[in-house]
Design a protein around this ligand. Structure first.
Ligand SMILES: *Cc1c(COP(=O)(O)O)cnc(C)c1O
Length: 466
């Protein structure tokens, strides 16, 4: 048998490989310098496997035979966009790390088609002159909700920041100590306030704030009262804060505007039990707040945005703030929001928006899907069980409420749970799952039904280790 060193000397040169079969065609598809780099990487790997092999010649022959397809794979991987669709098996419907609300199909279509050409984004077609981009949402929100005007920016953090900077720069904002929360991803109410140039005036204590505390804190420097949805967190036990209606009465009395950060954009009351403690935007506006802000991509079910509704003079002041330009929305998002809102206007949003379809999916339909997916699995590769479990809404809404769900629990016959979940994440259609009691757990509620076939393919790829 030849020694490894003798075999290593017989490895072809980079140039010889570039002219070889299969590799020449890669040069037509990819830039030469990338192909050369990948050939060098592949040869480095080949040298390692020859040195480690008990049969160096065989290692060389099989390495060279696999070379062209391996180069094709690594070049494809290299140029593949890093941002890709994934299957959300986590059971968290509004998962911020996974892009929050999936869009309804029609919404995604109008966003695409509007982006492909020109539009009347800021052009009044009747008058033939410049218009304002907010116009497209203003009318729709006024038809849907008891508000005088609407504006939309890039996300809810920007909306809050913009309102604070417009109405309270250099002045005081009253906030209950129980609402000085961190929402995640370094969004902290006190920091946003500070950055906006407003001064925070803390009111009450962490667990108890009374309306008198607000009244006593009011002074000539006060520009705004802010009420924040505590989002992902609850104070339980000996706790209290004033009703929104009490704050509205106080703010009218004092002539100081009241802003509510509602967070999730839950527009109207539904029959979903898990959302029973979540205030709706409609209820908040009916209570008489001056402004309310919320995200577009949480329970509203649309694209990422921050929306502010309320009194017209205040909204107009917000629009005129030069910072509005810094966080303004693009045309595709306006189109997506309009389309999402039209589903509310038509009364079809509960059936058409994926977030509400997921919330409303019945146990029987989830179990049927779980059984069908399970039948698609190779019984030699997987052990599987169907279990009951609980999903979460996520996105800061209804933190302690859960939704009963169906889980598909999997174990690979060939590898550990950690390895299986790693392979699932790294597949061509990544699946993000969780591990519990040594099973990989897939929650049927958060996986889109139209992705079930892709899921079965991802599972069979993960089983074979590709
Ligand atoms: C989610 C949330 C925010 C931040 O909204 P983004 O759209 O992520 O910027 C702000 N306030 C509350 C109460 C929230 O729930």
């Amino acid at each position: 048998m030849p020694t490894a060193n003798q075999t290593l000397r017989r490895i072809p040169s980079v140039n010889q490989i570039l002219c070889g079969p299969g590799v020449d065609s890669l040069l037509e598809q990819y830039p030469r310098h990338l192909v050369v780099e990948e050939v060098r990487n592949a040869l480095d790997r080949l040298r390692v496997s020859i040195r480690r092999s008990g049969d160096p010649d065989r290692a060389l022959a099989s390495g060279l035979a696999d070379l062209a397809p391996e180069l094709g794979r690594s070049l494809r991987n290299r140029l593949r966009p890093s941002l890709r669709p994934v299957i959300n098996a986590t059971g968290i419907i509004l998962h911020t790390n996974l892009g929050r609300a999936p869009l309804n199909e029609g919404t995604a279509k109008v966003m695409k088609s509007l982006s492909q050409g020109y539009s009347n984004l800021e052009f009044d077609l009747d008058q033939g002159k410049r218009g304002h981009r907010d116009r497209h949402l203003d009318e729709q929100f006024r038809r849907l909700l008891p508000c005088e005007a609407a504006t939309a920016v890039n996300n809810n953090a920007a909306a809050l920041y913009l309102v604070l900077s417009t109405l309270a720069r250099g002045k005081k904002v009253l906030v209950s100590r129980g609402e000085l929360v961190e929402i995640g991803g370094s969004f902290r109410v006190p920091s946003i306030l500070e950055q906006s140039g407003a001064t925070l005036k803390e009111v009450g204590t962490t667990n108890r704030t009374r309306i008198e505390d607000y009244r006593e804190a009011l002074d000539g420097e006060t520009a705004l009262i802010l009420r924040v949805h505590p989002s992902n967190f609850r104070v339980v036990g000996f706790s209290r804060r004033p009703d929104l209606s009490e704050l509205v009465a106080l703010s009218r009395d004092a002539g100081i505007p009241l802003l509510k950060d509602a967070g999730s954009g839950y527009l109207f009351r539904t029959s979903h039990a898990c959302l029973r403690t979540e205030p709706t935007v409609e209820e908040i506006l009916k209570a008489g707040v001056d402004l309310v802000c919320f995200s577009g991509d949480k329970l509203l079910g649309g694209p990422q945005a921050g929306i502010v509704l309320g009194k017209r003079p205040l909204i107009e002041a917000v629009r005129k703030n030069p910072l509005a330009r810094v966080c303004r929305l693009d045309k595709a998002t306006f189109a997506g929001l309009q389309r999402t809102l039209s589903l509310y206007e038509q009364g079809t949003y509960l059936e058409r928006l994926p977030v509400y379809r997921m919330l409303g999916a019945t146990g029987a339909s989830l179990q049927n899907r779980a059984r069908r997916i399970r039948r698609g699995l190779d019984p030699g590769a997987y052990r599987s069980r169907i279990l009951d479990g609980f999903s979460l809404t996520g996105g800061g809404s209804a933190p302690e409420e859960t939704v009963p769900t169906t889980l598909l629990a999997l174990r690979s016959t060939a590898c550990s749970c950690n390895e299986l979940s790693r392979r699932l994440r790294r597949g061509s259609r990544p699946v993000v799952a969780r591990i519990e009691n040594d099973w990989v757990i897939l929650d049927l509620r958060t996986m889109l039904p139209e992705e079930d076939e892709a899921l079965v393919r991802s599972l069979s790829q993960a089983a074979s280790g590709d």
